[in-house]
Design a protein around this ligand. Structure first.
Ligand SMILES: *Cc1c(COP(=O)(O)O)cnc(C)c1O
Length: 392
């Protein structure tokens, strides 16, 4: 092990050497991947069509610069707008950068209408990234502690509380936008009680006050919840949507996608990125979206996600200590009545890759390609681990 990495991660004692589908290997053993590199490897590992698209593109052009036209970038922007119904895309390299773009866009939108100190409404337990602006928008003190002074201009309200947003509207004339995750991922797979109504009500409030509705779909986007984007479970469309994680299947890429008036806010010189939207990353993004479509992975995510929830519920029936099992497609949370971080390590020992978030929630983000047999294997391994943990 190298001593030359900064200690920003508590790493599990394993080094993977190859992958195929939902499986990963270290030097000795085979592991079932139910985390997908935290919602990134939607196509699983080493998907042949993706590998081919990336290899072909690398052999032609990896990078030029955004001071030239880039055909792959234009094709991915067209495809993203086709499947989302949105109008324009700015490409960057990560989720926090996509949210930075959204935050800058909202501020500029405010300035353009004469609001000198624009404010953005954000939520408790939210996660938007680790840059200064996005950690300031994030609703988790652990992410912020030690990095004060925070970036200002954020007003925080409880998640899934429309009334709280209405109250802010009464007292804060400088609000320009609401930034919200359709399902909170890092916050514990928090699904609004009536997810459709929540977003529809927020849409209505934003329209009434001429605010932008900005959805952080970095985790929920790109088929994770069974539709291309989580907002497509509802009747509304956002003004701005941020994407990253699953978009490039592991090749770093992020996108800030906008519609209508929001799509016209950025003009020459207002934002930029050296790597953003380069030929390699956008070829990977385009291949990802095409493969999702060709292989019917939207429907698969919904089917397998529901199957895993139902079978986990059945396997854990009458197990003291299980609070709920909830899912939105292949975003699955098993909430326990006690902190369960140690399950990550015991699962690894059982050759299963999972994650624990918000202290008490086992989080599963399986590859979108997972089949029924693999899902059954996952349920079997995980339910045994949870039962053993809770009976200690
Ligand atoms: C992971 C995540 C981010 C941050 O993405 P990075 O690529 O790590 O910067 C932002 N928002 C949400 C909802 C996320 O899940």
């Amino acid at each position: 092990m190298s001593d030359h990495l900064m200690n920003t991660y508590m790493r599990q004692p394993v080094t993977f050497t190859k992958g195929e589908g939902v499986w990963l290997w270290d030097h000795h053993e085979k592991y079932l991947d139910a985390l997908s590199g935290v919602a990134v490897n939607g196509l699983g590992h080493a998907h042949p069509k993706l590998v081919d698209a990336i290899a072909k593109q690398a052999g032609k052009l990896i990078h030029v610069s955004n001071i030239y036209h880039i055909a792959e970038q234009e094709a991915l922007a067209d495809k993203l707008c086709e499947v989302s119904g949105m109008d324009k895309v700015f490409f960057c390299n990560s989720g926090c950068e996509a949210n930075e773009a959204a935050i800058k866009l909202a501020r500029l939108y405010g300035h353009n209408k004469g609001i000198q100190s624009p404010e953005i409404i954000v939520m408790d337990q939210s996660f938007h990234g680790r840059t200064l602006a996005t950690l300031s928008a994030t609703g988790n003190r652990k992410v912020q502690a030690g990095f004060e002074p925070l970036v200002g201009g954020f007003i925080r309200v409880p998640y899934d509380d429309v009334e709280a947003v209405r109250q802010v509207a009464l007292h804060h004339p400088n609000v320009v936008a609401v930034l919200v995750e359709p399902v909170q991922g890092e916050g514990g797979i928090n699904i609004p009680k009536d997810a459709g109504a929540y977003l529809e009500n927020l849409r209505q409030i934003c329209d009434a006050h001429d605010w932008l509705l900005m959805l952080d779909e970095v985790q929920t986007g790109v088929a994770r919840t069974g539709t291309w984007f989580a907002f497509q479970h509802t009747s509304i469309k956002p003004d701005v949507m941020s994407l990253a994680k699953g978009l490039g299947s592991g090749v770093p890429i992020g996108a800030c996608v906008a519609a209508g008036k929001a799509a016209e806010v950025f003009t020459y010189g207002k934002h930029g990125s050296t790597f953003g939207g380069n030929p390699l990353a956008t070829a990977a993004g385009l291949a990802t979206l095409n493969i999702i479509e060709e292989e019917g992975l939207l429907a698969n995510a919904e089917k397998i996600g529901d199957l895993i929830r139902e079978n986990l519920l059945a396997a854990l029936k009458n197990t003291q200590g299980v609070v709920t099992v909830r899912n939105a497609g292949l975003m699955i949370g098993i909430e326990l009545d006690r902190p369960c971080g140690e399950l990550v390590k015991t699962a690894l020992e059982a050759r299963l890759l999972i994650n624990v978030t918000a202290d008490t929630v086992v989080r599963l983000l399986p590859p979108l390609i997972m089949n029924e047999t693999e899902a059954a294997e996952l349920v079997q391994r995980l339910s045994a681990l949870i039962k053993a943990f809770l009976s200690k």
